[in-house]
Design a protein around this ligand. Structure first.
Ligand SMILES: [Zn+2]
Length: 235
């Protein structure tokens, strides 16, 4: 009997130049999730079998990079923009094999740039920034993590204010909670509390008691954090 590899090649067609290529994915039965950080960052049982590394498909021919969240259609005028800003500068390279965390970070940066040019939804762009931040959390580069948390927060708030997340997998309650946690991570406590109270206001109507509970816990822990800070200051 041959042993099944956790990895397989997925066939992909580039949305921009229509070139067909393969990119590595992990078979779902090999993925073990041990838990989550407060901003929903999954903690996987293995560094290698981390599907976050393989979310982005990068066209080896033109450089266009995207995830399953992207819409398939590209407006012709934006297609020209992509050609000018990406393809003309692209040095053919293949991200279709096993990726290091550093490789994966590059693929997310490429995808975020393509998403901006292609005018993808803010919720999609925010998700790319947040995942980049998670990968920097893994490598311990705190400044870079914070930089991408900041970029993600900005896009998530815009998405909330413009109702751009409607019709996606992101619910309003989850989005408000996530914004609060990302603000907390940037020490913007007053703003974080504003968003947490919006979550808690929805506790009767949201149908998401788990998120409401997480919001209450976060608020509680922030308050405790303040108290300790004060005590340390007095001591
Ligand atoms: Zn392409």
């Amino acid at each position: 009997m041959t042993e099944v590899s956790p990895f397989y090649d997925k066939k992909v067609q580039c949305l921009a130049c229509k070139h067909s290529y393969t990119t590595i994915k992990i078979r779902s039965r090999f993925i073990k999730v041990k838990g989550h950080d407060r901003d929903f960052c999954p903690i996987y049982g293995s560094d290698e079998l981390n599907p976050l590394l393989y979310n982005v498909s990068v066209c080896p021919q033109c450089g266009f990079s995207f995830t399953d969240e992207f819409t398939k259609y590209i407006v012709p005028v934006l297609q020209t923009d992509l050609e000018k800003k990406i393809s003309r500068h692209w040095q053919p390279q293949d991200y279709g094999h096993i990726r290091s965390v550093e490789d994966a970070i590059k693929t997310y940066k490429l995808a975020a740039y393509c998403a901006l040019i292609k005018k993808e939804k803010k919720i999609t762009i925010a998700g790319l920034y947040l995942r980049t931040a998670w990968l920097f959390r893994k490598t311990g580069q705190e400044d870079q993590e914070r930089r991408f948390i900041n970029l993600a927060t900005h896009e998530y708030i815009e998405s909330y204010l413009n109702d751009d997340f409607r019709g996606t997998a992101m619910s309003e309650t989850k989005l408000l909670y996530l914004i609060a946690d990302l603000l907390r991570r940037q020490d913007k406590y007053e703003d974080a509390v504003k968003y947490l109270s919006k979550v808690i206001e929805r506790q009767q109507t949201s149908g998401e008691p788990k998120i409401v509970e997480m919001a209450k816990e976060l608020w509680h822990d922030m308050r405790e954090g303040f108290k300790n800070q004060k005590q340390n200051h007095l001591a």
